[in-house]
Design a protein around this ligand. Sequence first.
Ligand code: FAD
Length: 307
Amino acid sequence: MTAVDRPTVSFELFPPRDPHSAPRLWETVRRLEAAEPDFVSVTYGASGSTRRTTRTLVARMLRETSLTPIAHLTCVATSREEIRVVVGEFLDAGVRSFLALRGDPPAPGAGWHAHPEGLRTAAELVTLLRQIEARRCAQSPSQAVRATVHPLSIAVAAFPRGNHGAGSTREEDIQALLDKQAAGANFAITQVFYDAPSYLELVAAARAAGVSIPIVPGIIPTTDPARLVRVAELTGVPVPSELLAALDTADAATRHATGVRRTAQLVEAVLAGGAPGVHLYTFNRHEAALDVLDAAGLLPTTTKELL
Ligand code: FAD
């Protein structure tokens, strides 16, 4: 496989919930770094609840690692002006990549209500990000040069079987994806899914509708059934009952091996179907993510020696 053909590998992390979990998270960051990922995305809590911790983690990654972080951003309960401030803070810290999201209501089932002076969709957030960057470049020729060398990159979300959480169908979400692309999004990352056709059919339908940006499949290592059930509650994406049955064993080692093998098969299937790479939802654990990459033949040899 040539360097050009090598699939992208990336991870999602969330900021530490409390100071005690920070050292363990940092150990995970270091282990994931050894896999030489193309980027690592860092989530943003509902209503900006993790604004400071997201920024701290992203800034530390930039300072102390070789990683390219992507900062998630949402529009929940935030005015346009507050978003400008947050984006300014990230840009000042050296962040050049964002994942622009509308976000979910702070409480499940509360319904989505935009802030009276805020944004209504992820596409509007992409537009605002492009405006902020353009204004900074117009204000300073130095910034304009830096922006040429390190262009702003904006990712957005895509949904293989519609966004159950937002109550929208795949067709409605493909229309939203077209809006995000028109606003200046560079690529998309998908919500979790458990079978290759979910992803491949989304890509085919999106291409037929005019979406041309890369769509990276977001994949969760299926080693922890309790976590899969919690993710289903949060996202509305059901876990296949036969997968849960396959993981239903008291033997932790067998469960881990089964989950890794099945996730690696999913990774191989989407790559064979033309996916540009894989984005792994790590839940701040490196073991399963690295084992999946190893089983799918996506780990650099140097990393394998560290496992
Ligand atoms: P949008 O694209 O704005 O879509 C939201 C809803 O509005 C959809 O129903 C869509 O069909 C509809 N819509 C959009 N545009 C229009 C239009 N022009 N007219 C009519 N309807 C429209 N949440 C967090 O809080 N923090 C995170 O860090 C986070 N990270 C995520 C990472 C990934 C990869 C994914 C897939 C999701 C993530 N989420 C996160 C969850 C996400 O915020 C929710 O799924 C949210 O409901 C949808 O966000 P969106 O960016 O797709 O919004």
